[in-house]
Design a protein around this ligand. Structure first.
Ligand code: BTN
Length: 235
């Protein structure tokens, strides 16, 4: 669509229609109310970046394993970037993608459930491609990193084929490989840094994620577990 409020919202609407197939892509040049994680907005200059959503129907996946959807999407973007640029690329828990420690891609996954199974999943991706100036200081783009411009259609196809490959890996039951790959690329794993939780700052070391995708941090000789709204990175 030339313009759209939010491709995730549009995709969720399409999920209500009985004949919307798995793999349906909703994409726009200009998102006027892009939504981010934790109720944030997603800003993207019209026509310069990719803002799109893909509808998946992972009927094979139990709801308790939903973090694996974050894992496959983060890895797909990571895989694409590894093919495209040489700079350091990390996945910042739970699913921001960083290049040179700057955010290049945000992911918003929204689900519709029935019992313990998924009926529809909308994977929303905002990927900075050709925009080189950002109002937000810690953002970057493919063009800023590599100093050239890109054909958006080619970048889209690259991202989608990597997403399909990781989705197939999940469907084939290779969750252990996916989780190991995710941890290998996790930002600041096994390093001591400062975090903030419950209005307190503390030093700790990310040691992994638990089976629900919560962050495991070793601090003051013990392990603590944090959900998405419960912790932020300080430095
Ligand atoms: C975040 O980092 O907070 C997640 C940002 C996700 C943005 C994408 S852009 C396409 C899709 N539609 C939305 O409204 N949001 C996602």
């Amino acid at each position: 669509m030339p313009e759209c409020h939010s491709t995730n919202t549009k995709a969720l609407e399409l999920c209500q229609q009985p004949n919307t197939p798995e793999g349906t892509l909703v994409i726009t040049n200009q998102q006027t109310s892009g939504r981010g994680q934790r109720g944030n907005t997603w800003e993207s200059r019209p026509g310069m970046n990719l803002t799109f959503s893909v509808i998946l129907k992972p009927v094979f996946l139990l709801v308790k394993d939903q973090f694996l959807l974050n894992v496959i999407t983060s890895l797909a973007v990571h895989d694409y970037l590894s093919e495209t640029c040489k700079a350091p690329i990390h996945i910042k828990w739970p699913n921001d993608i960083l290049v040179n420690e700057f955010k290049i891609c945000g992911i918003l996954i929204e689900n519709q459930l029935m019992g313990d199974r998924f009926t529809n999943v909308v994977v929303g991706i905002g990927f900075n491609v050709n925009q080189r100036e950002f109002s937000w200081g810690s953002a970057t783009s493919l063009a800023s990193v590599t100093n050239r411009t890109y054909d958006l259609q080619e970048v889209l196809e690259g991202l989608l084929s990597n997403l399909e490959a990781r989705y197939v890996q999940l469907r084939q039951g290779h969750a252990h490989i996916l989780k190991a790959d995710y941890l290998r690329h996790l930002y600041r794993i096994n390093e001591i840094h400062t975090f903030s939780a419950d209005h307190n700052q503390f030093e700790g070391k990310i040691i992994g994620v638990d089976e629900y995708g919560r962050l495991r941090i070793s601090t003051a000789g013990q392990e603590k577990i944090f959900g998405i709204k419960e912790i932020s990175f300080v430095n």
